[in-house]
Design a binder for this molecule. Structure first.
Ligand code: SF4
Ligand code: SF4
Length: 434
């Protein structure tokens, strides 16, 4: 960024209003809940420190630097600081704006960033390309190639952390499940229609959870509307400096669900649900989309919010299961949903529930953080695994695909057999028990 006028224009376009930038009263209450501060004990890696860096940049009192870029990338965007903050600081908006600024100012030209941008914009956001990518990843996994790559550790010969990134790849399917535009109620029909957002990675790498979600809704008497042209929600883009692409995707989803008759739009992914609830705020200054976006967001519900309100357990057979629950950051900190998943799980007959210590502490997945900041992500995961081990639970339940993949990978790495499931998978297991 060379000329001062264009820097000012970009800051004005990207950074939040000064009302938001000046909310922090420097009390430090957020420090105790910040995972990056916990491992560094460095002020600049705390919410308060990062807010200071962002504010100085936004007010034109500092230039973008390597330190700034590192600190914005190091943050998990877990939003635990927002939960702890007595001043209601909107930290998520600030760090996401700072990441947009880094992208637009082209301040991070590392190979890792280039690959990330390519993956987000050219693969994840383009449904047919994601389908082809998933097919090849499924072939890689099932053909023996993955086994060979891991056995020979061949990727360790390539500079960078490709071998670590490969170990995190989820189990992609050859083909995503196909649904009718409306899946009809299979139980006693309630005469009510729920819409369902199938997601991008959910659809291709966590398809069983989608199948179980649709199965659970239809078994409870709902018709399920699944529009064909819906797209990725854009949350990974918004959290990773691709704000413009996130808005494009949001508009596509709004258009695809607009004019359709449904009561709630159900999400089974904490990250997607949190972001779709934000569409109304994100598009509040867009005269064409303002109202449509607000209407869309007001109907979004996490599946556990709906389950907490209905008698889903009537169809459960008793399950002898020792379980615990990990709070996904975008469910507990962003959507403030903590009680409903616990109430739902405890209503499954035969369940033995043990609370997890520091259950709201990030597991290190944080979207694609574990790929971008592998070493730090593993430190956060180690703490989570230690706490899971102390519960004695045989099943860990959580409501976000990233957390499922991260915790499952960690458990396999230490040779344990504890399962990691989404709430709908556990309920459907109780439904199907012979
Ligand atoms: S979002 Fe999480 S990692 Fe980032 S500053 Fe807040 S608490 Fe720390
Ligand atoms: S808790 Fe809130 S007001 Fe206090 S230092 Fe942290 S961000 Fe600032």
């Amino acid at each position: 960024m060379t000329d001062t006028a264009s820097k000012k224009d970009l800051l004005k376009k990207v950074m939040p209003h000064s009302d938001i930038l000046t909310q922090c009263i420097h009390c430090g209450l957020c420090l105790a809940v910040c995972p990056t501060y916990d491992i560094t004990k460095s002020e600049r890696s705390s919410p308060r420190g990062r807010i200071r860096l962002i504010k100085e940049l936004a007010e034109g009192r500092s230039e973008i630097s390597d330190t700034f870029v590192q600190e914005m990338n190091f943050c998990l965007d877990c939003q635990a600081c927002e939960t702890a903050c007595p001043a209601g600081v909107k930290y998520g908006q600030m760090v996401e704006a700072a990441r947009d600024y880094i992208t637009e100012a082209n301040a991070d030209t590392s190979l890792k960033q280039t690959i990330k941008r390519f993956f987000l914009n050219r693969i994840l956001a383009v449904a047919p390309i994601l389908a082809v990518f998933s097919f090849f990843m499924a072939f890689y996994r099932t053909s023996g190639l993955q086994w060979l790559v891991r056995k020979t550790s061949i990727l360790k010969l390539i500079p960078g952390n490709l071998s670590q990134v490969e170990s995190l790849s989820p189990e992609f399917s050859f083909f995503a499940s196909k649904y009718e535009e409306v899946e009809n109620a299979s139980g006693l029909a309630k005469g009510e229609k729920m819409a369902f957002h199938t997601g991008c990675l959910m659809k291709h790498a966590f398809g069983k959870i989608n199948d179980d979600t649709v199965g659970l809704l239809t078994a409870n008497g709902y018709d399920v509307l699944i529009p064909k042209n819906q797209v990725c929600c854009g949350s990974l883009h918004a959290h990773n400096g691709e704000g413009s692409k996130a808005l494009d995707l949001a508009k596509k989803n709004i258009d695809n669900f607009a004019g359709k008759d449904y009561r709630f739009l159900i999400s089974n992914s904490a990250g997607c649900g949190a972001f779709m609830k934000e569409y109304g705020h994100l598009l509040e200054n867009d005269p064409e989309y303002r109202e449509k976006a607000l209407k869309f967001s007001q109907k979004v519900k996490d599946i556990t919010e709906l389950l907490a309100e209905i008698d889903f357990e009537n169809q459960c057979k008793p399950l002898e299961a020792e379980i615990t629950y990990h709070d996904a950051c975008h469910l507990c900190h962003t959507q403030k949903i903590t009680q409903q998943p616990r109430q739902v799980l405890k209503r499954i007959p035969g369940i033995n529930y043990t609370e997890l210590e520091d259950s709201t502490w990030c597991c290190g997945s944080a979207g694609i953080y574990n790929v971008m900041e592998y070493d730090s992500a593993m430190k956060f995961l180690d703490k989570k695994l230690k706490n899971i081990g102390s519960t004695g639970a045989r099943i860990v339940i959580t409501g976000n695909p990233g957390c499922i993949g991260q915790i499952k990978g960690g458990i396999e790495r230490v040779g344990e057999t504890t399962e990691v499931l989404h709430p709908v998978e556990l309920i459907m297991r109780a439904y199907k028990k012979g």
